[in-house]
Design a protein around this ligand. Structure first.
Ligand code: NAP
Length: 256
């Protein structure tokens, strides 16, 4: 059974791995046996420590993922420094909050570029590598997109975030349709409400914090480590027949 979830011999690329959910998923993938290539704009010293403590290799590729033009270079740099990824976790993401009537083009473009456009073009560049080599154990590759509750719901005051995360869900299904028969599993994790930088403003607002907690059947905010199991599952042979799924990890939020 443990072999089913083993990532030994695999290289996992995780974007935005210096903090929050990306850091926790990188650590979990490393514990399951994967070497980690972290991609982002902040040096992920803490994550490197966690990955090395698990006995796995670690490389950092500095890139501003707000510029989708970097995607080809990021995959080339991974190949040069370590290996092209067997597993890609599109985690980097941002949020901007404002009333729809006042929402600016800058807040629209910035969020769409990181959360959706780069997600697509980095996946395209990675998939070209995954498909260009002999199938490794468990298939050609695994892509895990990070969606959101706003892949299912509308939210308020987060127009570009809701559009981008609904787009991530659609993109996950489209890519699964195109690539399932080629040996690439494309799936998404939809985190509920987790304690990270991304949700600091919500947790600081006493009223919003209370109303969010009241709706979560598990009765608490998610901790980043709560995502580890889902990430390892979708990265491993255990999920070989899972394609195009958007897996909520939400303490039951969507069930209410
Ligand atoms: P976070 O702590 O703010 O982490 C976001 C990560 O993305 C950071 O590593 C950040 O790097 C990176 N990033 C942002 N813009 C970037 C850019 N232009 N270039 C390179 N890296 C960039 O937030 P998080 O909660 O862990 O979010 C991770 C993912 O989960 C996001 O896609 C988010 O939408 C999603 N999500 C989070 C929740 C939640 O409750 N927290 C719920 C649903 C979905 P820097 O540190 O350098 O900014």
């Amino acid at each position: 059974m443990s072999d089913l979830f083993s990532l030994s011999g695999r290289t996992a690329m995780v974007t935005g791995a210096n903090t929050g959910l990306g850091q926790a998923m990188a650590a979990a993938l490393a514990v399951a046996g994967a070497d980690i290539v972290a991609v982002g704009r902040s040096v992920p010293d803490e994550t490197e420590g966690l990955v090395c403590a698990a006995g796995r290799g670690f490389h950092f590729i500095e890139a501003d993922l707000g510029n989708p033009g970097v995607c080809g270079d990021v995959i080339a740099a991974a190949k040069a420094a370590a290996a092209a990824p067997d597993i890609l976790v599109n985690n980097a993401g941002i949020i901007r909050r404002n009333d729809a009537l006042d929402f600016t083009e800058d807040d629209w473009d910035a969020v769409m570029d990181v959360n959706l456009k780069t997600c697509f073009f980095l996946t395209q560049a990675a998939a070209r590598e995954m498909l260009g080599r002999p199938a490794t154990r468990g298939g050609a590759g695994k892509v895990i997109n990070i969606a959101s509750m706003l892949s299912f719901q509308g939210g308020v005051r987060v127009a570009s975030y809701a559009a981008s995360k609904s787009g991530v869900a659609g993109l996950t299904r489209l890519l699964a349709n195109e690539w399932a028969a080629k040996g690439i599993n494309v799936n998404a994790i939809a985190p509920g409400y987790f304690s990270t930088n991304n949700t600091e403003a919500l947790r600081a607002d006493e009223t919003r914090n209370r109303s969010i907690l009241e709706r979560i059947p598990a009765g608490r905010w998610g901790e980043p480590s709560d995502l580890g199991g889902a990430a390892v599952f979708l990265a491993s042979r255990a999920s070989d027949y899972v394609h195009g799924a958007i897996l909520p990890v939400d303490g039951g939020w969507l069930a209410r």
